[in-house]
Write a protein that binds this ligand. Structure first.
Ligand code: NAP
Ligand code: 8YV
Length: 321
């Protein structure tokens, strides 16, 4: 039987590569010494892409005239020009839901670590400074209202966990969510004014670029904590650095950055920020499930059963694949 040709721009997890090697003819773009001649040769054969976070846009689509599906790893797909894919009749899939709990758990961990200064306290002990005097008293989650920016699948999983902490929960999004009793704020400024903690968990991309800017940080205020587990682009990083330095807000906990994996030296130098290297979904258990969904979307599509998790820009209307 002739195997379908699938392009992989960069290496993925071994269980993903093994299964794709079995089912398809897998073309490993990162191993090609000359990408342009590689694409000129195999481009017309390619019907599917399996990708991590490589940029997938019209420049690549132009080289792949028979492309049907982009199966992307991660729920966020701001690295894929999905609108352009939709215009060209190419389906894009992502990996929603299988990571909700992992990302929500990490978000709560980052929130507590930031407020109670857990990494700073640990460094203090390791540096032998406890022998001199006790670690200073920290801020608290008590008496705080928590605002969630983006009450989607993961935002709701974060909110459910926060209910156990007995804190009032508010949220902002473009739409009011059905089936929740949390207070809705129609603007991000209102949410920031009404909250003592802001947790960002929206998609990235043009629609949310710098949603949290200097004005929003000012509205959050000097007791305010910002947690960003969304995308670096959602927060104006220069404005955040300034707000942390000037104590316009109290502290921040970040998992994502504007120019990953580069983190500004100015952020690294600050004591009132906890910095993680984009690990919210990064357990073996959850990354395995995400990788499996990348594989299963391709198997389903080329088995004629349609995509399992198409993104909103490329909705599946049930045509034969
Ligand atoms: P989702 O279910 O689509 O939820 C996204 C939420 O964001 C929705 O409630 C949406 O509500 C809101 N939103 C979208 N655009 C907005 C805007 N311009 N202003 C305000 N709110 C907006 O997505 P999800 O599965 O929860 O994932 C959310 C995001 O988390 C991903 O796209 C990714 O960027 C990020 N993420 C990060 C990590 C990590 O490792 N740090 C891991 C997983 C996910 P409305 O449509 O009503 O506005
Ligand atoms: C992934 C993420 O680690 O799902 C997302 O949107 O940010 C993370 O879970 C990332 O996409 C890996 O490429």
């Amino acid at each position: 039987m002739i195997k379908v040709d699938v392009l992989m721009p960069a290496a993925m997890m071994p269980h993903v590569m093994d299964q794709l090697e079995q089912a398809f003819t897998l073309h490993r773009m990162w191993e090609a010494p000359d990408r342009a001649s590689f694409l000129a040769e195999v481009g017309p054969l390619i019907r599917g892409i399996a990708t991590n976070s490589s940029r997938i846009d019209s420049a690549l689509f132009d080289r792949l005239p028979n492309l049907e599906i982009v199966s992307s790893f991660g729920v966020g797909y701001d690295h894929v020009d999905a609108a352009e894919a939709g215009r060209r009749g190419i389906v894009v899939t992502n990996t929603p839901d299988v990571l909700n709990d992992e990302v929500a758990d990490l978000t709560i961990g980052l929130l507590i670590a930031t407020i109670r200064q857990i990494p700073q306290a640990e460094r203090y002990l390791r540096e032998g400074r406890w022998l001199e005097r006790p670690f200073p008293l920290s801020a608290t989650l008590r008496d705080r209202k928590v605002g969630i920016v983006g009450l989607g699948r993961i935002g709701k999983a974060i909110a459910r966990r926060l209910e156990g902490f007995d804190v009032p929960i508010l949220y902002h999004g473009r739409n009011r969510q059905d089936g929740v009793t949390y207070a809705y704020c129609s603007t991000i400024e209102e949410l920031a004014r009404e909250s003592d903690v802001l947790i960002a968990i929206t998609p990235g991309g043009a629609g949310t670029r710098h949603l949290i800017d200097a004005n929003v940080l000012k509205a959050l205020g000097p007791n305010g904590i910002l947690i960003n587990v969304a995308r670096g682009s959602v927060v104006d990083e220069a404005a955040l650095i300034e707000a942390l330095k000037s104590k316009t807000i109290l502290a921040a906990g970040l998992d994502v950055y504007e120019n990953e994996p580069k983190v500004p030296a100015e952020l690294i130098a600050l004591e009132n920020v906890v910095l993680l290297p984009h690990i919210a979904s990064g357990s073996v258990y959850t990354r395995k499930a995400m990788g499996q969904l990348v594989v299963d979307n391709l198997l389903s599509w080329f088995g004629g059963r349609g995509p399992l998790t198409p993104v909103s820009e490329t909705p599946w209307r049930g045509e034969e694949s």
